[in-house]
Design a protein around this ligand. Structure first.
Ligand SMILES: Nc1ncnc2c1ncn2[C@@H]1O[C@H](COP(=O)(O)OP(=O)(O)OP(=O)(O)O)[C@@H](O)[C@H]1O
Length: 244
């Protein structure tokens, strides 16, 4: 484990609202550094809302998010459907933008950056796509490129919203392996998951959102299938209705 595991993320009596609508109340907990925390819950339970608050993009209606990770080391991968990837940019250019938060967007890249970018694309099996425009990628190829950007950024805190939706099984296997390596290297990962198999393979901790409240669930509870059905609206290997 690296020294980055000292990063700190705490949720303290958090109240979150969208407009005038209360979404979550009394959310508490320490997100374990260097662990993979899964956020689960039905459509509309507040998973994206909680992610927005952790990223500092939604001001809490009450309570606090205490986060020691500097903003340039926080990365957020939104749901694929929310992304506009028609921007004329190649895979390599996208991966390289991961250096912008720490290096700056206007300075240009040096040989070290290009070497690192090439290594990352090789790890993700997308070297052959380096010069392919983003608009010409499959869902899985696009997701690998986006994860490549977060590796380039050396994110200490990585939040992912349903990263395996519309993604082929080879890509899922590669991304699960890379995410586990990132966590082992000290990255704190929070990930919205809807598939029981992905949950079992990845989650070190589980935060379940249900009825406006959050409850920490031991991953061992999954094995005993003790979770209330309304909180886990999926069955083994099946995507929920909100996953296109
Ligand atoms: N910009 C917004 N304005 C008003 N209400 C919103 C807004 N965004 C979300 N909501 C509402 O807040 C609640 C929580 O939404 P959120 O997107 O956080 O749920 P979710 O658990 O991520 O759902 P899903 O699994 O469908 O992505 C829902 O009732 C939703 O309708």
């Amino acid at each position: 484990m690296s020294q980055r595991t000292s990063s700190r993320l705490q949720l303290k009596n958090l109240h979150l609202a969208q407009g005038h609508r209360t979404v979550l109340e009394h959310v508490d907990g320490d997100i374990r550094p260097g662990a993979i925390t899964a956020l689960i819950g039905a459509n509309g339970a507040g998973k994206s809302t909680l992610i927005q608050a952790i990223m500092g993009e939604l001001r809490p209606a009450g309570g606090n998010v205490i986060c020691s990770v500097p903003s340039e080391r926080r990365a957020w991968l939104p749901q694929q459907l929310a992304l506009d990837l028609t921007f004329p940019m190649s895979v390599e250019e996208l991966v390289m933008t991961g250096s912008w938060p720490s290096h700056g967007a206007l300075k240009g890249y040096c040989a070290v950056h290009y070497r690192k970018g090439r290594d990352i694309m090789a790890r993700l099996g997308i070297s052959h796509l380096a010069h392919r425009p983003l608009g010409e990628l499959s869902g899985g190829q696009r997701q690998r490129a986006l994860i490549g950007r977060t590796l380039m950024q050396e994110a200490e805190l990585l939040l992912l919203d349903e990263p395996f939706a519309n993604v082929d099984s080879d890509t899922v296997d590669i991304l699960i392996r890379i995410l586990r390596q990132m966590a082992d290297d000290g990255t704190t990962i929070i990930i919205v998951l809807h598939d029981m198999d992905h949950l079992r393979r990845l989650a070190d901790e589980i935060l379940m959102l249900n009825g406006g409240h959050a409850r920490w669930v031991a991953p061992s509870e999954l094995h005993h299938q003790q979770l209330p059905a309304q909180a886990v609206p999926f069955s083994l290997g099946e995507h929920h209705a909100g996953t296109a």
